[in-house]
Design a binder for this molecule. Structure first.
Ligand SMILES: Cc1ncc(C[n+]2csc(CCOP(=O)(O)OP(=O)(O)O)c2C)c(N)n1
Ligand SMILES: [Mg+2]
Length: 623
């Protein structure tokens, strides 16, 4: 058979192919890749660099750090409900391994991103090339093998024609809601530049239809039976509700049935905060109501949740001896967790079917009423936490409250690490389902600014409020520069408490007295990091990168800064110093399993251990 072909380098063929890939769900078609992030080096310059230069309709974005590039792609994909993402190209060696951290974050959060690290020469004659890892036991190993455990699909293209079969596999995984994560195509630097006669059909437009799989009929019937016979059901809404755009279907089922809802980090916003059925945050950072309901529940209906330790309060959240689980999840692996009745499929499709089958089902009025009461009483606690305490420095909760009160309902708050995620989970009044963007699967310091950039690229008409600690800022402020280069505005709320308030608090809870968590000079006498506080001017640092900067000293000046920042057209940082002490307590079984030393000379550690042993007893297996 004669095929018409076109002679392209492997890198050129890759770009030509990627720009022709689309997704479609519910009739909405969009590009699978909005472009390519990257940093060039000898490992990709003549290959992908050259190809991108001659493919201007597949836009190249220069970033400052390869890890950041992957975070940005992930932030974008999260806003796009996994239907669109970016490709990321790197050189070999350190450029490639810089992407590893964020690749793990993508896979853990089930968010798609295509990684194309350069790889060592396939021809091998020049080995070891600059930055090559040598192995005495094999010539078939490079640092890119490290991507295998963090990738949902991994391949190395040693011959040009391998691209023809590898690319569709990569696309299959990237567009699968069940498989989504990091996909890695390692392309040796010589192979990238090698030409081949590729079949022209390969470069035709391809639409990847994203299905909404319906549940198994028998499993659904069994689930309906379980729900009907439950006295104390509770829904746990995870990120899958939002990715599947099942918010309306959830609301309808919940309003009809009266089943109350607790929300995970990724699922927060599934219902608006003031829906009387919404108990708010659930688990280790849960509200009083959510944790009271989960403790007593005889049936937990998990929707699109991975049941992370934060959600299950390290397996202590569900204390009813009879508790059973129904898990609605696109991923079979998640659907079977906690020995649950697996409803494998699309959240929206399944909720719609459940709603039909449960039309005449309702929880008892008193049960519904109790949830509504918790919803209201929690909101009073939120009001209380937002209130200024009149101390010299504001608390973090006051700052978050000011942002929440100020911003438009359609705006987005974005955060990933430190003490802010827990406070946000508890205290944020979420008014739209894409308005609460927490990367709390990997909780990666450094995601905040770069992920924020991705969110802004996905939704340029929304203000993105990045909530960031001083520790997180120092880890990766670099993408402020990229946001300025590309004209995407972020409003970065930089909460400065001179160190790790979160881990400092955690350290105290395990008897560690905050060891090694505050930014202090080394003391000559003690030899420890317990000297005077370090003097680091992060505001000046942000200014030097080109951001507009406002320094706030209290909540009043912070509010003024918020107003001024809204008028700015470029990335703006509001710097505020807060007290490191926390205002919010834990509720009910709000426990997180962090092991405490079994033996120690410290009385504080011994005491913490005693408490730990008690807490451990509440952990459960589910059969
Ligand atoms: C890359 C990375 N390293 C380490 C951690 C562990 N960690 C979680 S929060 C935190 C401190 C964050 O400090 P900061 O951003 O100042 O926030 P704060 O705790 O003060 O609220 C650390 C070290 C992490 N989440 N990510
Ligand atoms: Mg801090």
């Amino acid at each position: 058979m004669m095929m018409s072909t076109i002679k392209l380098t492997v890198a050129q063929a890759t770009m030509e192919y990627l720009k022709k890939q689309y997704t479609e769900r519910d009739g909405l078609e969009q590009v699978l890749f909005a472009g390519c992030f990257g940093i060039f080096g000898h490992g990709n310059l003549a290959g992908f660099g050259q190809a991108l230069q001659q493919t201007p309709d597949f836009r190249y974005y220069l970033v400052r750090n390869e890890q950041a590039a992957v975070h940005t792609a992930v932030g974008y994909a999260k806003m796009k409900n996994r239907l669109s993402t970016f490709a990321c190209t790197s050189s070999i060696g350190p450029g490639a391994t810089n992407m590893l951290t964020a690749a793990a974050g993508a896979t853990i959060n089930r968010l798609p991103v295509l990684l194309m690290p350069g790889d060592i020469f396939a021809q091998r004659t020049v080995a070891p090339v600059l930055q090559q890892l040598e192995s005495p036991m094999s010539q078939d190993i490079s640092v890119n093998d490290c991507f295998k455990p963090v990738s949902k699909y991994w391949d190395r293209i040693n011959r040009p024609e391998q691209l023809i079969t590898a690319l569709p596999e990569a696309m299959r995984v990237l567009t699968s809601p069940a498989d989504a994560g990091a996909v890695t195509l390692c392309i040796p630097q010589d192979v990238q530049a090698e030409a081949y006669d590729f079949p022209v059909e390969m470069f035709e437009k391809r639409i990847w239809h994203v299905p909404r799989p319906r549940p198994d009929k028998q499993a659904l019937a069994r689930a309906v039976e379980w729900i009907r016979s439950s006295k104390k059901p509770m829904i746990i809404a995870g990120g899958g509700v939002i990715y599947s755009e099942a918010e309306e279907a959830l609301k309808e089922l919940v309003h009809l049935s009266g089943i109350p809802v607790g929300e995970t980090f990724a699922g927060k916003g599934s219902l608006p905060y003031d829906d009387p059925h919404n108990l708010g945050a659930t688990g280790a950072t849960g509200t009083e109501g959510a944790n009271a309901f989960s403790t007593a529940a005889d049936l937990v209906i998990g929707i699109g949740t991975r049941y992370s330790d934060f959600t299950t309060a390290s397996k202590t959240a569900f204390q009813n001896r009879e508790v059973k689980f129904i898990n609605i999840n696109i991923t079979e692996f998640d659907a079977h967790k906690h020995s649950g009745l697996a409803l494998t499929g699309d959240a929206r499709a399944i909720l719609e079917e459940l709603r039909e089958d449960l039309k005449d089902y309702k929880v008892e009025d008193s049960y519904r009423k109790k949830a509504a009461e918790y919803n209201l009483s929690w909101d009073e606690k939120v009001t209380e936490a937002y209130k200024a305490e009149g101390k010299d420095l504001p608390s973090q909760a006051e700052v978050l409250g000011a942002v929440n009160d100020f911003m438009d309902p359609k705006d987005v708050v974005l955060c990933a690490s430190g003490s802010a995620p827990g406070d946000l989970h508890k205290l944020w009044r979420t008014r739209n389902s894409k308005g609460f963007h927490l990367e709390y699967g990997y909780s990666c310091m450094g995601y905040e600014i770069s992920g924020g950039l991705g969110a802004k690229m996905a939704c340029p008409d929304r203000e993105i409020y990045v909530i960031l600690g001083d520790g997180g800022y120092l880890m990766m402020p670099s993408e402020i520069v990229t946001s300025l280069q590309e004209g995407y505005k972020l409003t970065i709320i930089l909460i400065d408490n001179n160190g790790f308030a979160s881990i400092g608090g955690l350290s105290k809870s395990i008897g560690g007295e905050g060891f090694g968590t505050a930014y202090k000079y080394r003391d000559k006498q003690t030899g420890q990091l317990d000297g005077e506080p370090l003097q680091v001017d992060l505001a000046k640092n942000a200014e030097s990168l080109g951001a507009r900067v406002y320094k706030a000293s209290d909540v009043a000046s912070f509010n003024e800064a918020l107003k001024a920042a809204r008028k700015e057209e470029q990335t703006t940082v509001i710097h505020i110093v807060t007290v490191p002490e926390r205002k919010m307590a834990g509720y009910g079984y709000a426990w997180w399993d962090v092991p405490v030393a079994e033996v120690s000379k410290s009385a504080a550690v011994q005491k913490a251990r005693e408490n730990y042993v008690q807490q451990k007893k509440k952990q459960r297996y589910f059969f």
